[in-house]
Design a protein around this ligand. Structure first.
Ligand code: ADP
Ligand code: MG
Length: 262
């Protein structure tokens, strides 16, 4: 058995500033002793109501947020012990896709510049042919290279953000609410794109959403978060068919009938 691509053990994050529940002089415990792992090639869905700590957990998985306690391993390596070169490798191997593609892309850079900068940041050069192939892998044509963010739709921009995440051939993509800011009509397209990448390129995913319907469509396994803790995990179908925890039941009941997979 190979190492999980991501393994978090008893990870907590306490913010100094006050947050929602549990605030006090000691700060605010946004993530409280969470353990989870993502196997190679697997898509793990992390679902929970807003404010339950999903984004904090996702950011700890790639070093954007430093845990107060606990360990995070990617590919078997403790990220707290990585030196400069190790951190660079971590940034290559674990890519992020955020909720709002417009906010996550520089408005003054063309798609070409955005993509070229990813390569440059890692001391690599790239060719137009390589950039075109990258765009094609997310379903966009070569004409997008010259476009600025305001010249594309939300769905197209999210494809650009996915292309940027793919540029350095990561092993794991962490997608934090990647379809929440998009029109319902393009959500399924983006989810299908992510599913294709998982299947065809063997990329692992940590897929964060407050929407269990989205998670179910797309994830092999689900972890349900509530108030900084994981309260239930299991195969997606099982979680959906017979939710055990009240929080999971509430999420299932909140799923509109029309969005339930057939
Ligand atoms: P989710 O993604 O599930 O909505 P977050 O991880 O964004 O949850 O936030 C969890 C809790 O931590 C929220 O109550 C939020 O207000 C608080 N929080 C998030 N980031 C910070 C921060 N930088 N400083 C203080 N509190 C924060
Ligand atoms: Mg969030």
């Amino acid at each position: 058995m190979s190492e999980p691509i991501l393994e978090m053990t008893d990870v907590s994050k306490r913010y100094r500033t006050a947050g929602g529940f549990g605030r006090g002089r000691k700060g605010f415990l946004a993530v409280d002793g969470v353990s989870l792992h993502v196997e190679r090639g697997e898509a793990l869905g992390l679902v929970g109501e807003s404010g339950s700590g999903k984004s904090t957990l996702a950011r700890m998985a790639n070093g954007l947020v430093v845990p107060t306690s606990g360990t995070v391993r990617t590919d078997g390596q403790d990220i707290a012990r990585l030196g400069r070169r190790g951190l660079r490798r971590l940034r290559r191997n674990v890519a992020m896709v955020f909720q709002d593609p417009l906010a996550s892309l520089n408005p003054r850079q063309t798609v070409r510049q955005t993509l070229e900068n990813v390569f440059r940041a890692h001391g690599e050069t790239t060719s137009t042919a390589e950039l075109v192939a990258l765009l094609e892998s997310v379903g966009l044509g070569a004409d997008y290279l010259g476009r600025y963010p305001h010249e594309a739709s939300g769905g197209q921009l999210q494809r650009v953000a996915v292309a940027r995440a793919l540029a350095l051939k990561p092993d794991l993509i962490i997608a934090d609410e990647p379809t929440s800011a998009l029109d319902v009509s393009v959500r399924a397209q983006i989810l299908n794109l992510l599913a294709d990448l998982q299947r065809d390129q063997g990329i692992s995913f940590l897929h964060v959403s407050h929407d269990l319907a989205v998670i179910r469509l797309y994830s092999d396994r689900v972890a349900v978060m509530q108030r900084g803790r994981i309260v239930e995990t299991g195969p997606s179908d099982e979680i959906f068919r017979s939710p055990q925890h009240p929080c999971t039941r509430a999420l299932v009941e909140a799923t509109p009938e029309a969005e339930l997979p057939a």
